[in-house]
Design a protein. Structure first.
Length: 494
């Protein structure tokens, strides 16, 4: 640990509290991101299915998911805005020097937030006030706008990993900025698609997990079956895709950020026939304790051949690479992410085999127990992915151009620790309120389901808005509207 202690002693006192605060807010925000990016698509798939099949239950599920989507978006905007401010407050050195180069990504994200807020408001408001087809079509841009927000933030992060699109003047400041090159860096494509598919997989398993719990508690009606099947099917379809994309991005890191790859795989010296370690701890002298050693596998995974040369951490000076502790953290989170992905792939294959052979859901309670846990496991995998990305890049905040210590604020460390404590208190309140609202929705919806067997209830969340016309509209599917999108008024009177 002596190397770590020396490097921490050289870093400004503000570095630890600034990084801790940023890590906490990012880890909190990313819990909401999968639903923010993918829930609009899942909701619209359910909505379209309901309209096409004339299925009241599917439309009811889509309507309720849209209410959750709106609440989640409101909380996500708050936590995302905090992160945006923290870039300027905690890392003024980076924003002051490099903001003109990669700031366009944050601008794209801001516009995406604005458009998404408008579209969610229209979609939520239009449930009982617009013709069915018009309402559905107005919701179609939502997934694209959600992906646009992901585009902005991933463009900024991929630039930090592989900075491009500028030249440096004699003073070391970026000039001659080329926006397109700064947006579409070598790591952008692999990071973006890996992230987007991860959000689809995670959101699908999270939503399906809610209904898996209900299934395990004996609620075997169509409402729970449909609420489980559609999001779980989407997640299961994208799980093997994510596995391939994960392998692709690891290979890109091997070529574009070899030192980060060395940290992820705790490779100390550059060599061929490098073994793979499942977990294990790297020590400052290069020795590894614990873990499971698989001979030559790391070289095979990196280049498909055992004689593939893998760059080690000692290929660069100690000040230009992650410490042994940081490398161990990146390695553990990377292995955890891959392990969870592997288990989810087996779960998706289980589901696919039963469905293809018998055209029904698996009957085993163990399948639904695994499905109930899959959502939480997916969120953990997403958290591990971001930890791997950020810790593996250390000590650089802009890879090979600016260190974290050069970018940190000059604000006193004590003030930053106080700020950290206040943020923790506020976030506990915010997430507690979010959970309370979701539980309140569940409590309110359940009596209606028990009374109506999952049918559309007059006491839906959208009828309580204190503005707008009071349309006596219930289900708006083709079977009730004659195919012309005219709302029916025979049920769901408000």
């Amino acid at each position: 640990m002596h190397t770590t202690v020396l490097l921490l002693a050289d870093a400004p006192a503000q570095t630890l509290p600034a990084r801790s605060l940023m890590a906490f807010t990012l880890a909190s925000h990313i819990i909401l991101v999968p639903l923010g990016v993918a829930l609009p698509l899942i909701t619209l798939v359910m909505h379209g299915y309901g309209l096409r099949r004339g299925d009241r239950t599917a439309v009811l599920l889509a309507r309720r998911w849209s209410a959750v989507m709106a609440v989640q978006f409101a909380i996500g905007v708050v936590t995302g805005t905090v992160l945006s401010f923290e870039f300027g407050l905690l890392w003024p050195g980076m924003m002051g020097r490099w903001g003109d180069v990669f700031g366009i990504g944050f601008s794209v994200e801001a516009w995406a937030f604005f458009l998404e807020a408008v579209l969610i408001a229209v979609y939520l408001y239009g449930w009982r006030r617009l013709p069915a087809r018009t309402h559905f079509l107005l919701g179609l841009p939502l997934p694209a706008v959600a992906l646009l927000g992901a585009f902005g933030i991933l463009a900024a992060n991929s630039w930090m990993n592989t900075p491009r699109g500028f030249t440096l003047d004699p003073a070391g400041n970026p000039v001659d900025v080329k926006i397109w090159k700064a947006l579409f860096t070598p790591m952008f494509g692999p990071q973006y698609w890996h992230f987007v598919v991860a959000m689809l997989v995670t959101a699908g398993y999270v939503v399906a997990g809610v209904y898996a719990v209900g299934w395990l508690r004996g609620r075997r009606d169509r409402y729970h079956r449909l609420g489980f099947t559609i999001p779980f099917t989407l997640a299961a379809v994208f799980t093997p895709v994510q596995f391939v994309l994960g392998d692709s991005i690891a290979r890109q890191v091997f070529h574009k950020q070899p030192v980060k790859f060395a940290a992820m795989e705790i490779v100390w010296k550059t060599d061929t026939h490098v073994p793979e370690y499942l977990y294990g701890r790297l020590h400052p002298d290069g020795s590894i304790s614990g873990g499971i050693r698989i001979p030559q596998l790391d070289s095979v995974l990196a280049g498909f051949r055992p004689d593939t040369k893998v760059t080690g951490l000692t290929s660069v000076p100690a000040g230009d690479r992650p410490t042994a502790t940081q490398a161990t953290i990146a390695h553990w989170t990377f292995d955890t992410m891959v392990g969870i992905g592997s288990v989810l792939l087996l779960l998706a294959l289980w589901y696919a085999l039963v469905w293809l052979r018998r055209r029904r859901l698996p009957a085993s309670p163990w399948f639904f127990r695994c499905a109930a846990v899959a959502g939480v496991a997916s969120v953990v995998a997403v958290e591990c992915g971001w930890i791997t990305t950020e810790v593996g890049r250390q000590p650089w905040i802009v890879y090979q151009n600016m260190r974290v210590a050069e970018a940190v604020t000059s604000t006193r460390a004590t003030s930053l620790w106080i700020m950290f404590g206040l943020v923790v208190v506020v976030y506990v309140f915010v997430f507690g309120s979010f959970l309370a609202v979701l539980l309140g929705m569940r409590t309110r919806w359940r009596p209606a389901d028990e009374a109506g067997g999952g049918r559309t209830s007059p006491e839906t969340p959208e009828t309580d808005t204190p503005y707008g016309p009071r349309a006596t509209v219930g289900f708006e599917g083709p079977s009730r509207s004659g195919g012309n999108g005219t709302p029916s008024s025979t049920e769901g009177r408000s």
